[in-house]
Design a protein around this ligand. Sequence first.
Ligand code: AMP
Ligand code: GLY
Length: 416
Amino acid sequence: MKVIVVGKGGREHAIVRALKDSSSAPEVYAWPGSDAIFELATRAEGVSGVPDLLNFITQEGIHLCVAGEESYLMKGLADACEAMGISCWGPKVAGALLEGSKEYAKEFMTRHGIPTGHYESVNSAEEAREAIQSYPCVLKFDGLAAGKGVAVCADAAASDAFLDEVFASKRFGDGKLLVEEFLEGPEVSIFCMVADGGYQILCPARDYKRLEDGDGGPNTGGMGAVASPQLIEAELRHRIEKEIVCPTVEGLQKDGTPYRGFLYFGLMLTETGPKVIEYNCRFGDPECQAVMPLIQGDLAGYLLKAASGVLDPSYFSFEDRWSVCLVLASAGYPASSRSGDVIRGLNEVGDGARVYHAGTRKGESGEFETHGGRVLAVVAQGDSREEAVERAYESGKSVTFDGAQRRGDIGRLHFS
Ligand code: AMP
Ligand code: GLY
């Protein structure tokens, strides 16, 4: 079997590795990929865009295209695959809109009775100011904004500053804004495989979004993650399934939006129950890096069958352990990032730990160096959360580069 992964970050590095480790031992290709990914997967040579990619897939006789990143799905990767008879794991544009438009997602949740915060959709800063009832409030740009389109505002100064970015500087381009109710509680990421009316809930995870220990500092793309089948209690899991996952999958069916791919539910566990903060039409990053090492079995075989509409849970299972992912970010992140710092100690990470590269490249000397904000993740497992934390930090000790930033409490700071 031949499979190609589309994307270039840490999530895709982890997916490539999990596919390589599948018991069906597929040949794995990647595009656009990265130097680290190409140590495991074959580069799709000569491909400069989706039309080239589809030709490459056909010429090489690749059986399955796995979409890692949402941007290609929003540009119609899955629709184009379908038109050419290529199996694709990832939804068509109509399904990807659950992530691509926050207003569409809110209307979907309202239509199907899925718990989420109240919201109002506005077209100008004046309308936004009228819609803000109290602080803190949450402002969200409607379209894709590379994780920068959400502001949790403590006061009018903060909301005015964000409204300026959206409507005066048009930082994200043209688009609407949602003024959303502020929800309180711990956040949890739930991932599902969805194929038409069927779904399979995967191992849950928690993402650490803030830059600094104790959940302080600015929001980032994620400074670490912890994952385990034991992360949430069975009762809560059932509630999430009944109130959120099931009605979402049924809603897609009722709306005539067939969906095949990963579906990510970003949830807030509020006092009145779990509520959806956002949907994503792909796996979480860096949660994926924590979840993938727990998979045992044949993920590649599963996804090939799933892309044809059949979810067969006998293909793989999750180890009933804990996995901790510790992200190292470059100097200046998240406001900026620094490239070209040589990464030392990559060969000294302990047995059983893994390093997934997000923003690295090979320098002239052949050594990996930083090439982006979030640089890499060190991931390790243990029988308990504490053991996994110790192993991840111990393994990550040897990995350094100038200006490296890392949190000291990933997996330690738990749900309170
Ligand atoms: P999103 O891109 O929608 O996931 O939002 C990014 C982050 O902003 C989330 O992970 C939350 O920490 C925070 N956030 C988003 N929406 C809300 C909300 N309604 N209430 C409180 N925090 C939120
Ligand atoms: N971990 C957050 C995200 O992938 O959007």
